[in-house]
Design a protein around this ligand. Structure first.
Ligand SMILES: *Cc1c(COP(=O)(O)O)cnc(C)c1O
Length: 369
């Protein structure tokens, strides 16, 4: 059956972003593909990214996502590492290690749960206070992992690399830097990966991070890999996703009649409208009703009335071309007249992260050039 809505991911845009970010960071990428690859389709993004030389590996947030990444890349000759950011349950550990998945170690207690052959990235809490081994335990745990031949990486995470006040990031940097220096022998002998930056870290602290010793070897930009950087910063990133919805019905609403629930919109004149097959259950936020518009045949078409669960009504009266069922409207994406996901996020009053990750499961995911 035909999809009502499709989220296309542009290979060219992905590749452009990977290259821009890798150049900026000066190292290959450990690409976050958590949350369905920020809504873009985990399996297909994993499959594409794993074939790119600038990608060292992929990062997910849970064991289930790791399995999806493995599935998406099953037919590739060359497999690259997959790291899980959060600690697995002890009952999951053996299978994950058997599958070659890299594990994050976030507390000394987890040392006892590691099977032989485990490849472990030591996560250090330098001030995010979410996950990670405490600073006071980090060196001891790092030495233990190295002794067991399990130290595959060491990393930390910025809590506020997008904050103009860099004092907290400086503290995090200093703590991480001291631990790296103390563990330099273990890191070098284990050839462990060193990584610290998310999107904001790559875009704001590229220079600074390149001074860490032992040197940073990877960067983990998520949002920017999908084409969205910091709102106030010029970076030659290309939005990856174009979200389209199909017209399922066309009608004329007579002057004075209303459209949709709660009769939010009244036709000032006889108005040609179309129904498109996307609603708030598919990720088009209901509270953008009255603000958002979509693009159809190179014309911007306002959404009329309240966005419904599965569909919404658009004003096509300005469209010059004939409007037919089966035509595709662009809800956001790579098209000059369409809004991008950041614009939608502004209308909805949410972060771009939320906009992308909330694209629903009914929306088809496809790659395009
Ligand atoms: C999600 C995540 C990232 C990526 O963050 P962005 O802000 O999307 O670049 C990097 N590292 C960790 C540990 C994460 O959880």
């Amino acid at each position: 059956m035909l999809p009502r809505a499709i989220a296309f991911s542009s290979r060219q845009a992905l590749l452009n972003n990977f290259r821009v970010l890798s150049r900026k960071a000066g190292v290959p990428l450990l690409l976050p593909i958590k949350a369905n690859a920020y809504g873009h389709g985990l399996e297909q993004i994993a499959h594409f990214a794993m074939q790119q030389p600038v990608i060292w590996g992929l990062a997910v947030s849970s064991p289930r996502e790791a399995l999806r990444a493995l599935k998406g890349t099953a037919n590739l000759d060359q497999r690259k590492p997959i790291l899980i950011f959060t600690p697995p349950d002890p009952s999951e550990m053996q299978s994950l290690v058997g599958l070659g998945v890299h594990i994050s170690l976030t507390s000394p207690h987890e040392l006892g749960e590691l099977p032989e052959q485990a490849k472990v990235h030591l996560k250090i809490d330098t001030g995010m206070n979410r996950l990670g081994v405490k600073v006071t335990d980090a060196v001891q745990v790092g030495r233990e992992l190295a002794k067991r031949g399990m130290l595959a990486g060491i990393y930390s995470h910025f809590s506020s690399a997008d904050d103009p006040d860099i004092s907290h990031s400086q503290k995090q940097y200093q703590i991480f830097s001291d631990i790296l220096l103390t563990l330099h022998k273990e890191i070098e002998e284990s050839q462990a990966q060193v990584h610290f930056s998310n999107t904001a870290g790559v875009l704001n602290y590229g220079r600074w991070l390149s001074q860490l010793r032992p040197a940073v070897t990877l960067a983990r930009p998520g949002l920017s890999s999908y084409g969205y950087g910091l709102p106030d910063q010029e970076a030659p990133l290309s939005p990856v996703m174009t979200l389209k919805a199909r017209i399922t019905s066309v009608r004329t609403v007579p002057a004075g009649e209303t459209v949709g629930y709660s009769r939010l919109w009244t036709a000032p004149k006889d108005t040609k409208v179309a129904v498109i097959g996307i609603g708030y259950a598919d990720g088009l936020p209901r509270n953008t009703s009255g603000k958002a518009s979509v693009m159809l045949h190179n014309t911007s078409c306002p959404i009329l009335g309240f966005i419904c669960m599965d569909q919404c009504v658009i004003d096509v009266s300005e469209v010059k071309a004939e409007v037919q069922t089966g035509d595709w409207a662009t809800v956001w994406g790579r098209s000059p007249l369409a809004p991008d996901a950041m614009q939608l996020a502004k209308w909805a009053g949410v972060a771009t992260y939320e906009m992308l990750t909330k694209v629903g499961e009914r929306v088809d995911r496809q790659m395009e050039d």
